[in-house]
Design a protein around this ligand. Sequence first.
Ligand SMILES: [Zn+2]
Ligand SMILES: [Zn+2]
Length: 244
Amino acid sequence: MTNEALIRTLKELKKRALLIIPTDPSEIELKKTDTKFGGAPYAETGDKCPVCAACGEKLTFVFQFRDNYDMDLKPSGPLHVFYYCFGCMPIETADEGQWLVKTYKNPESAKFVETSPNETMEIVPSGVTLKRDFVVPAFDFMCELNSEVYDLCAELSPDDPHTAYEEAAKAAGAIAPVCSSMGGYQAVVQALAAQDCPHCSKDMDFFVQIQSEEDINLMWGDLGVLYLFKCHADGSFGMEMQCY
Ligand SMILES: [Zn+2]
Ligand SMILES: [Zn+2]
């Protein structure tokens, strides 16, 4: 494989993704329905903070996000509010209980009520900067996905194959991101994550990945990643967490 073939391969592999980057908490005034980490989760009249099915403690609010973001990054569709039990630390399950995605069809600031989730993991409330970009898989995952790409980068630059890969990705008009994202490729920690829907048994789509974000005190084990999957038939969510 030549360098040109490498770039061509990466052009074929590149996918659109929405990159999700936490912003400096001091710089923004968060709205109730915003895409955000930590702070007050969106909730409506009658809601109580959800409780862990295993240990009975309140779940911790981690992240809330909308179903869609258009090309101008304007959010639309249902709001999904993601909770997790950092006491039990569930790893992989489509069955909610130790984690939960609560979905609101018509979120409005006027309907917001305050609930008080667990704060075992004191996530620093933070808004996000959204960015659309073309992405390619992480280099470390290429040995599994396309070993020719992996071998060529190692050949081009034995000391620093990562940089050779990143340069080829750039030439292909893409990046290999290490941030949280919606869509694109999974930042693989151990192996490709996949979940079947608990309701219809079909494969769920990879929907969102949430990276460990040290700056806002959000950690999945030792710098792990949490993946959420969504069933395109009935909208159910599945979860898998991987760490080192
Ligand atoms: Zn628990
Ligand atoms: Zn389903």
